[in-house]
Design a protein. Structure first.
Length: 190
């Protein structure tokens, strides 16, 4: 059975959620959640999940950076918003419109749970500023970066939801870490 893009997103959401939950849902609960899941909530969750995995894979330490390199948290926020944008883009062909205001708040609250509202607001603002800079950049470097992140995001979706994928999700995940590292280096060099 061929799945639509929206179904793949909801399915991937359920699979990724099952990886992170100690109390994994039963098969019946997972099927019900898949059938009735909100696609925008799925995209928010997936953008946060993939950013968190990228941070882990890149061996980054947000708790240390909170003290020593606060601006790096804005880079993580930017990365999460970029992943959201690439996951959401195909949905616009089906009439859905991205809500970047809601997405950046949801991603920020998920990634930086427990921070004071003022700090969270600063991270969200910094991340959105970086996101806009990259989205509007016309240099070959940033165009290539956007293309690579888009390809890795779609590759991960295929690896997660398609049994015939040439790669496994575990093989694709480290690429998110590499792309996050590149982004961190770009903003460290500035």
């Amino acid at each position: 059975m061929e799945m639509t893009y929206e179904e793949r997103l909801r399915f991937m959401h359920q699979l990724c959620q099952a990886q992170t939950r100690a109390d994994a849902p039963s098969e019946a609960q997972a099927v019900a959640a898949f059938a009735h899941g909100d696609v925008e909530e799925s995209v928010h969750y997936l953008a946060s999940f993939l950013t968190f995995k990228a941070i882990q894979t890149a061996d980054r330490h947000p708790a240390d950076e909170l003290q020593n390199d606060f601006d790096m948290l804005g880079v993580y926020q930017c990365f999460g918003l970029m992943v959201y944008a690439f996951l959401f883009m195909p949905l616009t062909q089906e009439g859905h419109q991205p809500d970047y205001d809601r997405a950046q708040i949801t991603i920020g609250k998920t990634l930086f749970d427990g921070l004071a509202p003022e700090m969270l607001a600063e991270i969200i603002e910094s991340g959105f500023h970086k996101f806009r800079l990259i989205a509007e950049a016309e240099s070959e470097h940033w165009q290539e970066y956007r293309e690579n992140l888009d390809k890795v995001t779609i590759s991960y979706m295929i690896a997660t939801t398609d049994d015939d994928s040439p790669h496994s999700a575990d093989e694709v995940l480290p690429l998110f870490g590499q792309l996050l590292s590149q982004l961190c280096e770009a903003f460290t060099a500035d």
